[in-house]
Design a protein around this ligand. Structure first.
Ligand code: VTB
Length: 331
């Protein structure tokens, strides 16, 4: 039984979008209390607790498919956990209560509280491993860039499609030693690189709007859960993405197998990663280029949230003023 609502019924979609916004607002608010305090674990825990509390108030029968880890390593919002009031449509949930724990602990830009929701089976059940990723915005020929091509060849292809020289292209890459070769190859093309310390969900979203962000392509290895979440956003706002899980140990391959992954080397397209319509919602924790962080104004709390839906093409930015986000408001 699916309850009263179908997930993509327009009215329910509208209501669910606002409900999800409340979930990430509460997650962001809880994490923001630990901004700049050097305690990543506590910041994450605060966000997890708040998000779970709010998720369980939503009229859905949700199953966490991308979460805080496996059941034995994560007490809450673990993969497979059931959330929601139990009355409503069956949905799959991908979430990162605090994307960018380090950024939050250091009070640097772009930490977010993030959730994506699809009907059951709509998102790849990726284990918590690394993923090779490449993402560009909408409007290009299919498969213009490819994980199997040399990074400098991808830059060249992108520059030709944009009718600019490669030195007008900016790639965004996580600043990690593992990216030394990637960085060298991109620089050999003449392109510029924007190095980021963390937060590749925001970076992939930025690649979808190069005119505003100055980022033309996101490249490199980051978390697979963040890859699926970013993919959900791209499915809503448009763009291309490829991802490949890095399953370089027997243990990781086994975990992936248990989650239904039969070809460890598979190169996933955006449509493989996010198969059905999806909703993506994120609230800023720290100030960033995507969203403002949580602000405290006298006795008010201000949050900024982006809500996207692939079925309607909605992209809504919501700036909300709250009296309190600690406990559910009494009706
Ligand atoms: C990236 C980054 C995330 O994890 O996915 C990264 O975007 C990958 O892990 O914000 P390493 O830090 O091990 O390179 C985060 O930093 C945190 O989830």
């Amino acid at each position: 039984m699916t309850g009263k609502y179908q997930i993509w019924d327009p009215f329910f979609e509208y209501v669910l979008a606002l409900g999800l916004a409340r979930v990430t607002e509460c997650g962001a608010f809880a994490a923001s209390r630990m901004r700049g305090r050097g305690d990543e674990k506590k910041a994450d825990q605060f966000a997890v607790d708040a998000m779970r509390r709010e998720l369980n108030r939503l009229p859905i029968r949700g199953r966490v498919v991308i979460g805080e880890g496996e059941r034995d390593e994560a007490p809450m919002l673990y993969i497979g956990e059931e959330v929601g009031s139990g009355d409503g449509p069956q949905v799959d949930i991908a979430l990162d209560p605090l994307e960018g724990t380090t950024i939050c602990a250091k009070n640097l830009p772009n930490s977010l509280s993030v959730i994506a929701v699809s009907k059951a089976g709509g998102m790849l059940h990726a284990p918590d491993v690394y993923m090779e990723k490449i993402a560009i915005g909408p409007g290009y020929p299919a498969d213009l860039v490819d994980l199997d091509a040399e990074p400098c060849a991808n830059i060249l292809a992108l520059s030709q499609a944009k009718s600019v020289s490669p030195d007008r292209i900016t790639a965004c890459i996580l600043d990690r030693p593992r990216h030394a070769e990637l960085i060298e190859s991109v620089r050999s093309s003449g392109a510029a690189i924007r190095l980021i310390t963390d937060g590749d969900v925001a970076a992939v979203i930025h690649a979808a709007t190069p005119a505003e962000t100055g980022i033309d392509v996101y490249m490199g290895i980051g978390g697979a859960p963040e890859g699926i979440l970013a993919g959900a956003a791209l499915r809503c706002i448009g763009g291309q993405m490829q991802g490949r899980l890095i399953l370089d140990t027997v243990e990781r391959r086994d975990r992936a197998f248990q989650m239904g992954i039969r070809s460890p080397e598979h190169k996933y397209s955006l449509e493989d990663m996010v198969r059905h319509d999806v909703m993506f919602v994120a609230t800023g924790v720290t100030d960033g280029s995507l969203l403002n962080g949580v602000r405290f104004l006298d006795n008010r709390i201000i949050t900024e949230t982006m809500i996207m839906s692939s079925s309607s093409g909605l992209l809504r930015r919501v700036c909300s003023e709250h009296r309190d986000l600690d406990e559910p408001e009494s009706g």
